[in-house]
Design a protein around this ligand. Structure first.
Ligand code: NIG
Length: 383
């Protein structure tokens, strides 16, 4: 079954080898869940079905490479206090952990499923999410299992916070021992919050080494609240991505520019924590790989809107439209070491984000407007 999408006002095709092309008056053919052809609408081949898009812009679906969707509980009071002047600290994670442990499996599954649907309605077609609000062997394993039922990529973040009453090194023993063994069947990544108030670089290294030995890919939360050493550790250990990157020394930027480790910026988190924005312009100018992700979580960034993140990156972080779109599609895919998504090259998974606008610049030009018109994943309409 093939489908011709035609009358596309602006078609963005990101290709890691051929670069970015933007076609006007374009068409695209999907066959067997993959992109089979794209080009000028006048040259489009016949197909079994036809979807006319009335001049709208089409992008690859967003690849959101950083979220924390497995949680229960409300932290809006903490947010309100922050807006009144308090600063963010890692300790708020414990509040969510208590609520998450208390939730039934069914409730937690429904909460995660609702958040996934919400992200999809915003144009996200590939989603990573993490454990990290369980912090016991059973609760982390349950979070990982539920996440694996509902999202594409699951990261184990047992090293999110040292739970109350634990010695940090004893807790790391648990994270790299029984907890890792319990989550292993459900996850493909290991992550660690390398930050003052969470895990120091040596503890973080132990976590990453154990994950690597178990066959997991590596991710790091680094340099969110200060120069934590997370970036240097991530680069040294060949992590796929280091996320947050708000506080970077020149040496951090140089190390990222010289490595395949992606610097993942989280614009909504920077706004919601009133942190200085990650220096995305400097990272790109230095030649680093950059991704944009939502970091949807109850503490620091309670939104899965990649439209908002992309608009903010353009408006506030001085990315060009092309840089921001690329970072939220192909950049996210590279942060997850995926080659089948974040692109509309021939052969890619047919993940299409149709905007209710003739051009993608409307994401920044009309901030906050409901611009997602249709979302297709693997050739099937999901929103
Ligand atoms: O990515 N930085 C660590 N983890 C989350 C925040 C979690 C929370 O405060 O609940 C983040 O921002």
């Amino acid at each position: 079954m093939s489908t011709l999408f035609t009358d596309i006002g602006e078609l963005w095709v990101f290709d890691s080898e051929a670069g970015t092309s933007v076609l006007r008056d374009a068409a695209l053919v999907v066959d067997d869940a993959r992109v089979a052809w794209y080009g000028a609408a006048a040259d489009a081949p016949e197909a079994d079905d036809r979807v006319g898009l009335e001049g709208r812009a089409v992008l690859p679906g967003w690849v959101d490479s950083h979220s924390h969707l497995v949680f229960d509980g409300d932290r809006s009071a903490e947010f309100e206090a922050r807006m009144a002047g308090q600063s963010y600290a890692a300790g708020g994670i414990a509040v969510t952990t208590d609520a998450t442990r208390a939730a039934s499996d069914a409730r937690l599954r429904e909460l995660v499923a609702a958040r996934v649907r919400e992200a999809q309605r915003g144009g996200t077609t590939t989603l990573e999410t993490k454990t990290g609000y369980g912090l016991t062997v059973d609760d982390e394993a349950r979070s990982a299992r539920i996440a694996a039922e509902l999202v594409d990529e699951v990261s184990y973040l047992g090293a999110h916070l040292v739970p109350a009453g634990w010695d940090a090194d004893d807790y790391v023993d648990l994270v790299v021992g029984d907890m890792l063994e319990a989550v292993r069947p459900h996850v493909s990544w290991i992550d660690v919050f390398c930050e003052e108030g969470a895990f120091d670089p040596e503890q973080s290294r132990r976590v990453l080494e154990a994950g690597r030995a178990a066959g997991l890919g590596l991710r790091v939360h680094g340099n969110q609240l200060g120069e934590s050493g997370g970036v240097q550790l991530a680069v040294e250990m060949g992590a796929a991505s280091v996320d947050h990157v708000n506080f970077l020394a020149d040496a951090d930027i140089e190390a990222l520019a010289a490595s395949p480790t992606v610097a993942t910026i989280l614009p909504a988190c920077d706004l919601s924590t009133r942190m200085p924005f990650a220096p995305a312009r400097r990272l790109l100018d230095a030649g680093a790989n950059v991704a944009i992700a939502s970091n949807c979580n109850p503490g620091t960034s309670y939104t899965s809107s990649m439209n908002f993140c992309v608009g903010t990156a353009v408006l506030q972080q001085h990315l060009t439209l092309e840089e921001a779109l690329r970072a939220a599609t192909l950049g996210g895919a590279f942060a997850l070491r995926r080659t089948d998504v974040g692109t509309l090259r021939v052969g890619a998974r047919a993940d299409l984000h149709v905007l209710d606008a003739p051009a993608a610049i409307h994401l920044a030009y009309r901030p906050g407007m409901p611009l997602t018109h249709q979302v297709w994943r693997a050739g099937a309409r999901i929103a």
